[in-house]
Design a protein around this ligand. Structure first.
Ligand SMILES: Nc1ncnc2c1ncn2[C@@H]1O[C@H](COP(=O)(O)OP(=O)(O)O)[C@@H](O)[C@H]1O
Ligand SMILES: [Mg+2]
Length: 330
């Protein structure tokens, strides 16, 4: 599992620090699809980078840590921020945003597979034997093994994304992180990629962390999800619960903005824009856009707390256990 403990990161820019993840704590469990949602610029990619331990300039880890632990082939393992990269591909892998560009367009795919499989994991096989295993794996994913001789530039966007997912899952890591894996693709291809990700998660019983700004994607495939706003989570819980009964006003707006079959009403976007991360407003960062905001909201930062079992919300309306009282009353 992945445990995030009081994680804070920021970008060091010439105009000063931009704090993007701010004192975040949460857990991602084994054998689940965990979604990270939120508007563009809210910090989804930054969080995923911290989970994968790519904290490179200008991004810095200010405090806290991520712990990746589990068991593989009967052996327990535990790595924390700063060590997680030792186990890339093996216990955790990453499909970056705009992953299409991670493949070198002029290197045949077979060499890119060989490069990403650590030598010590090839059990004294020859390259041909390793490539045979890769070819078998591609067949399992209904991909043509002849792809190994192709150059990435010869493939369509959807096919390249499938190959990247094959590459990321070949070593059967317990955690796969995928950043907007369907965003640049057309709807039919998107659906195929989501099916592939779901199928692999079922087969390996591993953990898939899926970043998408598209709430429809979360509704379709995630088990639990976190909603990010301006560098922090504002709500986290089971996806079904969040869609059936969103609690945070921002979550309500995101869900309200989704089109539904048969609903011909004009959907309004969320009024206003997310605040600047360089100069965030005091108090709750959503307060300037929130229809329920009170004076306290623009003064005090709400605590991200568990208000129902497994349901976390950062909102002053619930900070004093308001929802619990309401529940007892009904
Ligand atoms: N290289 C960078 N240098 C400075 N600030 C950055 C950099 N990358 C991202 N940021 C800041 O981090 C915020 C979150 O970015 P990101 O994690 O990419 O969001 P998302 O993936 O949700 O669109 C951006 O709004 C920007 O302010
Ligand atoms: Mg992003």
């Amino acid at each position: 599992m992945l445990k995030v403990e009081n994680l804070s990161t920021s970008y060091k820019t010439i105009d000063g620090n931009v704090r993007v993840i701010n004192d975040l704590s949460f857990e991602i469990f084994d054998n689940e699809i965990f979604g990270i949602a939120g508007e563009s610029g809210c910090g989804k990619t930054t969080l995923l980078k911290a989970l994968y331990d790519i904290i490179d300039f200008p991004l810095e880890l200010d405090s806290g840590r991520v712990i990746l632990s589990g068991e593989k082939n009967g052996k327990p393992y535990s790595y924390q921020s700063g060590e997680i990269r030792k186990t890339w591909w093996n216990n955790i892998s990453y499909v970056p945003q705009a992953a299409q560009s991670v493949l070198n367009p002029i290197t045949r795919l077979k060499y890119q597979f060989l490069d990403s499989i650590p030598k010590e994991d090839r059990d004294n096989e020859t390259e041909e034997q390793t490539l045979e295993r890769v070819a078998e794996y591609l067949k399992e994913l209904s991909l043509d093994p002849d792809l190994l001789n192709a150059f990435p530039f010869q493939l369509s966007g959807g096919m390249r994304q499938r190959v990247i997912i094959a590459l990321a899952t070949f070593m059967s890591p317990n955690v796969v992180l995928a950043d907007e894996p369907t965003t640049a693709l057309d709807v039919v291809v998107q659906c195929g990629i989501l099916m592939l990700l779901m199928r692999l998660q079922k087969q390996f019983k591993n953990t898939l962390v899926l970043v998408s700004h598209d709430m429809g994607v979360h509704y379709q495939i995630t088990n639990r999800m976190g909603i990010m706003y301006s560098g922090s989570f504002v709500e986290l819980g089971k996806t079904d619960d969040i869609f059936n009964e969103p609690i945070h006003p921002y979550t309500k707006m995101l869900i309200g903005a989704l089109p539904r079959v048969g609903d011909k009403s004009l959907k309004v976007g969320i009024p206003g824009r997310p605040p600047s991360l360089k100069n965030p407003p005091p108090g709750c960062r959503f307060a300037p856009r929130c229809p329920n905001a009170t004076k306290a909201c623009s003064q005090e930062v709400p605590v991200f707390q568990e208000i129902l079992p497994g349901r976390f919300v950062a909102c002053h309306m619930f900070n004093n256990g308001g929802i619990k009282e309401e529940r007892h009353g009904d």
